[in-house]
Each structure stands twice: as C-alpha cells, then as structure tokens.
Design a protein around this ligand. Structure first.
Ligand code: PRX
Length: 648
C-alpha cells in the first residue's frame, strides 16, 4: 500500500479553507498546542449561541466527555433561523421524486414547514426529551420531521425504511418512543412501495406509542388505526411560528441505531452543540461548500450519512442540499449523471458500492452528460478499491475533480479522516490524513504507533466534539464497546472497530472491520444479529456468518450452517430461501445470505468460542495462518475447506 499520487486541480477552488498542506499542518499544530482553545474558538465563531458555554471540555467523567458545557442553543436556529436574514429565498432543499418531479424548498419555506411540524408535535403532547421514531421515505417531510423534533427538543431516532417490522419494533422499544412518524409509502423504480403496514406490524404488541403521524405520499390504501393521525390534515392548521426550545449543548439531539459485534443494535446518542459544529465545519473543510453550491449526498436519511450530510451539515452551512427519492439506476444508468447535469451539482457524495454498480452497468454513461459543474466527488461507507476510485476520478470527474474518501462512522458524527479537496495529494484507496482536531491514529493496544505497512487498530486518541456520548440506556456497553480495547499513556482511547495501515508517507489505509461486523454495500450489520435470525429456522443447529468479498457490494454475507438433520434438506436453495425470508422478517433484505456452506461443525476453542477468524479466511479463500491445533475440533477446518472449495 503506497499507491500513485494525484494532485488537486487548485484552479477549481476559489477560496478553500485549506489551500495547501502547510495550512493543514498549521491547523493540526494549533490543535496540538491548544486543543481546547482551538475548539472553543471554532465553536464561538461558527455557532449562534443563545448563551455562551462556560467550559470547553469536561473530562471529569471520562469517557463520558462533555463539550461546550453550559452553552445554550437550538440546532434548528443554526440550520434555519440564522440564515433568514441573508438567504430566505435561497433553496434549502431541492427534492427530486422517483418519477423525476421536483420541488424546491427555500429557507423561508423550510422555516415555516419545520415550525408547523413542531407545533403539530407539540399539539400531540410531544415534549423536550421525548423520543420520536421516524420511519420515512426520502421525502422533504422526513427532513422536516427531524428538524421539528430538534426545534422542540424531542430526540429523534430515524429508522431506515428498509428495516423490517421486527427491527423497527426493537428500536421503538429500546428508545421507548412516544410518537412514530411515517408515510403511507413512496415510490421506487416507478412503483409504489409501502411503509405504514410495517409500522402497524411493529406496533402490534406495543402500548406506549401514543400517536402515529402518517404523511400521505403515495396515496395507496392503508389501514387507519385509533392511534393514527394524518399529517396532511393536521398540518393545515398549525401556526408557522414555534419558538425554538433552549437546549443545553449536551442535551441529546438524536439516537441512531447501529450494529455492533454482539447483541442487538445499539442506540448511538449524539449531542447538540458538538455534533452541529462538526457537521458544519466538515461541510466547509471537506466539501468546500460555498454559497452558490448545490450539494448532493445520495445516502438515505436512515443512516448517519443522511443525517449529517443531507440534513444537518448542509443546512447548518446554509447550503442547498439535494434529496432524492429514487435510485440512481432508474429509469437507467444515467439517472445520477442526469441529475448532476440538471441541478448543476458541485459536490456529489456516494458510496463505493454505488460507484462500482454505476461503473458496471454504464461505464461510459457519465460521458453523455455535462458534469462540468462538479468540483468534488465524495465516497464513504467502505474502503474504495483503486479501480473504482480511478473510474470515479477519470470518467465522472473528468480527471479534474478532487476525490474525498471520507472515513467515519455513526459514532463519530462526521468525517474523521479525509483529504482536504484543494490541499491533499490523493492516493486512490487511501482516506489520507486525519482532519485537523481529530487525533486518529493507527496503534497497538498499548498506544504505540504502528510502523509503516503494519496493520494496527484505528483509534481516536483524544475526545472530539461530535463523538458519540453514550449508548442509549446502556452506558456500560458504551464503555465496553469503544473504550476497552486500546489505551494510550494508560488512558482508554476510542477504538473504531476498524484496522488500518500507515504507508511510508504516513497515509492511512483502512483495511476494514476487525470485529464481527460486516459491511454490505456500506451498510453495517452485526454477525450476531444475522446468526440470531438464522437460528429461528427449525433445521439449524448452529450457524456462523462472516463477510465474503463481493465485486459490487464490498462484502456479502457468507453463512456456515450446521444442520440438525442434514437428511431433511432435499433442496438446498429452497432452504436458503426460507432462511432469507426469516432474515427479511427479523432484520431486512439487506442482511440476506448470498453464500453458504453446510458444514459438519464450527471450529471452536476449548472454551467453546467459534473461531471466526478461520471462517473469514476460508470465505475469502485465504490461507489459514493461525495455529489450529489448539482447537477443540481441529479436523473440522480441513473438512470445511474441502466443502467450500467443492462449492466453488
Ligand atoms: O468500517 C468502516 C466503514 O464503515 C464503518 C462505519 O459504518 P457506519 O457507522 O454505518 O457509517 C457509515 C458511514 C459513515 C467504519 O467502521 N467505513 C466508513 N467510511 C469508510 C469506511 N471504510 C473505509 N473507507 C471509508 N471511507
């Protein structure tokens, strides 16, 4: 890992925050010299405070860090109100529907819509600190809903619309939501799809959800229960002024559930001030957002990328953000490029999976469109292979745009490691360097920096403002998940779960998760969750799942299954279909098994722990370097290898 070097086309950038690597280094040094002071300066410069904070960082109860202690603000004031004086008629959101229809919402309109929605929530009894689950398609009302919660201090928890009723139910229960906001459904690839029936199912055994607010989007028939209220009706009479709730810097802003290596998904809790500061700053630093820019992030709002880079970051920065209901491959492989041409998009942000797919189905497609408005192409969610990077750079970016390969996580709130578009020399496949203020380091568990080309743990060794504050309702799990793997100078540091390598020039190359998390098309899935679902099949005795490299998805799910009665399984494919139906019901279609092997047993240590590392190596077709002689059942490894090889 050293790679070719590409240099930014500086002429594309008029007044970037970082013009060159010297400026980057100066800022890094400023943080090294005066960590808290530099953060405090940025927070005072960027955030409109109702009341200034008294203390920048409170480490007294580490790792439960507090930032900008005593400060008062409202995130929606930062994202909307403060822009009204200079940009009330500027497009805040440009929305495009699946069928190509579009809508522009100005900052003034956004102000009104959010206030009306906030008043609607209040009229239903939602108060500061209440949890509101949002299960919505990609329509402007989803953004209004998030902001309306923030306006009144309710804590939103957006659940990706692709999750099943079971998964939704778990999240509603864990968050103990008072209200759920959903839609009848929406449109995808020219056809309606439904969300409301999934909510009904999720709520079957739940009695504490008081109301379900239903946005009517696709106007298909749905059942209306006693709990349901129509957004379209109720919103009509709401006043369009709602005084923003005065929030403390550390009050929770939202929860977002994500998979860990064990157990159920965890509710990652983010705060107000630190989160919004970093969402805005990274828009300025990494995306070089300027007043006349149109920014498009293709994520779904159900993921952290959608939170930070469709809603909060662009709006805090006073930018125009594009929100898209459909998929970039419908009606054809040119859809995304056509949208870039139409809206004259300046920054386009997507995942390597989408890049690989668009490359595969239409390598020359971008050339048919005028993509000259583009300045920055972003990627996120998984390592990008140099081949995909180069196509993105050469064909989509026409050999001139900066590619920002941004490494970060649900827990980090915003970008942590990324090139700066006008400054950093790029290496395809490397996320390059930590952003100023972010002490991301590749270390061993004792905090020693790894030498070049040796894999280590990707850790963040100082707290940062937009970091996860805790796991909702489970502070012990928070400490265990993130602060119990590595130490530096004797102090526990944040461990990301990823491995990484420095090259000789100090560039960071992310090698992927070292824990039991799989990254399918940039979606994070816990092996334990998938295994728990598969075990519902009555014929499954034991199962272990691992990630297998996949040309398009990055990783796909590989299941090693031990059957109770192998003779009962006549049709293997039928059986896997059944298994996938269960997964769809328990989690969602994204977690489905793509490859499987029926095996006589799983390799286990003498204490009964499944040795996944061995199973991962077999799925990847790698050599087993680990000593297997200490296993309880070493012979099974050879048997599994033979079975997997015979399956091809
Ligand atoms: O493994 C890393 C991978 O995605 C994980 C975080 O997933 P999630 O919390 O769902 O957030 C995804 C969007 C921020 C990380 O632990 N990942 C994310 N970005 C990159 C990446 N791997 C390599 N390169 C990236 N740029």
């Amino acid at each position: 890992m050293t790679g070719e070097v590409y240099y930014p086309h500086k002429e594309l950038f008029k007044n970037p925050v970082f013009k060159n690597m010297c400026e980057y280094k100066e800022m890094v040094e400023e943080f090294e010299k005066d960590y808290e002071g530099t953060w405090a300066k940025l927070a005072r410069e960027k955030i409109t405070w109702f009341e200034d904070f008294k203390q920048t960082l409170d480490e007294s109860n580490a790792p439960f860090y507090k930032w900008f202690v005593g400060g008062k603000l409202n995130v929606t004031y930062q994202c909307i109100d403060r822009h009204l004086e200079s940009k009330k008629n500027k497009a805040a959101i440009i929305w495009e529907g699946d069928n190509g229809e579009n809508k522009t919402i100005t900052y003034l309109e956004l102000y009104r819509e959010v206030n009306k929605f906030a008043n609607l929530l209040k009229s239903l009894g939602v108060k500061k600190g209440d949890r509101v689950v949002i299960y919505m398609p990609m329509i402007p009302e989803a953004a209004f809903a998030m902001l309306a919660c923030a306006r009144i201090g309710a804590i939103h928890s957006v659940v990706f619309g692709g999750f099943s009723a079971e998964a939704l139910k778990d999240r509603i229960i864990d968050a103990k939501a008072k209200v759920v906001i959903t839609a009848d459904g929406a449109f995808r690839k020219g056809a309606p799809y439904m969300l409301k029936p999934t909510v009904d199912k999720a709520l079957e055994e739940i009695d504490f959800v008081e109301k379900v607010i239903v946005v009517e989007r696709n106007n298909q028939d749905i059942e209306w229960t006693h709990r349901d209220v129509s957004y379209n009706e109720l919103i009509q009479n709401q006043p369009d002024e709602c005084t923003p709730e005065i929030m403390d810097s550390e009050d929770p802003l939202f929860l977002l559930y994500t998979s860990g290596s064990t157990g159920k998904p965890k509710g990652v809790q983010h705060s107000q001030a630190g989160y919004i500061l970093w969402a805005q700053l990274t828009m300025e630093w990494v995306f070089d957002i300027k007043d006349n820019d149109t920014f498009w992030c293709t994520a779904d709002i159900g993921w952290i990328t959608g939170h930070t880079y469709i809603v909060y970051g662009p709006l805090a920065a006073g930018a125009t953000t594009v929100m898209f209901e459909g998929v970039p491959t419908y009606p054809d492989a040119g859809r995304a490029w056509k949208m870039i041409e139409n809206y004259k998009i300046n920054q386009f942000y997507t995942a390597p999976t989408a890049i690989r797919l668009l490359h595969k189905i239409g390598a020359d497609e971008p050339k048919k469109y005028d993509l000259s408005s583009l300045r920055i192409l972003g990627t996120v969610g998984e390592p990008i292979d140099p081949a995909a990077w180069k196509w993105y750079y050469d064909v989509v970016g026409n050999g001139r745009c900066s590619i920002v390969d941004t490494w970060w996580q649900t827990e980090t709130g915003g970008h942590m490691i990324s090139p700066l578009p006008a400054a950093t020399p790029f290496k395809p496949g490397s996320a390059t360097f930590p952003l100023p203020g972010i002490f991301a380091e590749v270390i061993d568990e004792n905090g020693n920096k790894m030498p070049a080309q040796e894999k280590g743990l990707l850790c963040i060794t100082k707290p940062w403002p937009s970091m996860i504050r805790t796991i909702w309702g489970d502070p012990e799990r928070f400490v265990k998940s993130y602060f119990s793997t590595a130490k530096k100078n004797g102090k526990p540091v944040y461990f990301s779960g990823d491995g990484a390598i420095y090259d000789e020039d100090g560039y960071i190359w992310i090698t992927g998760r070292v824990d039991d998390v799989i990254n399918v098309s940039g979606h994070r899935l816990g092996t334990a969750e998938i295994e728990d679902a598969i075990k519902y099949h009555p014929e499954v005795a034991e199962v272990a799942v691992v990630g297998k490299p996949d040309e398009i998805k990055g990783e796909s799910v590989f299941a090693y299954i031990v059957l109770k009665n192998p003779e009962n399984i006549a049709q293997e494919l039928e059986f896997i279909k059944e298994v996938n139906e269960i997964i769809k019901k328990e989690i969602g279609a994204i977690a489905k098994v793509d490859n499987f092997a029926f095996v006589p047993g799983l390799p286990k240590t003498r204490s009964g722990k499944v040795m996944r590392r061995i199973l991962r190596a077999i799925a990847k077709g790698e050599e087993i370097t680990q000593d297997t002689s200490t296993l309880e059942n070493p012979q099974v490894v050879e048997e599994i290898i033979a079975i997997v090889n015979s399956c091809g």
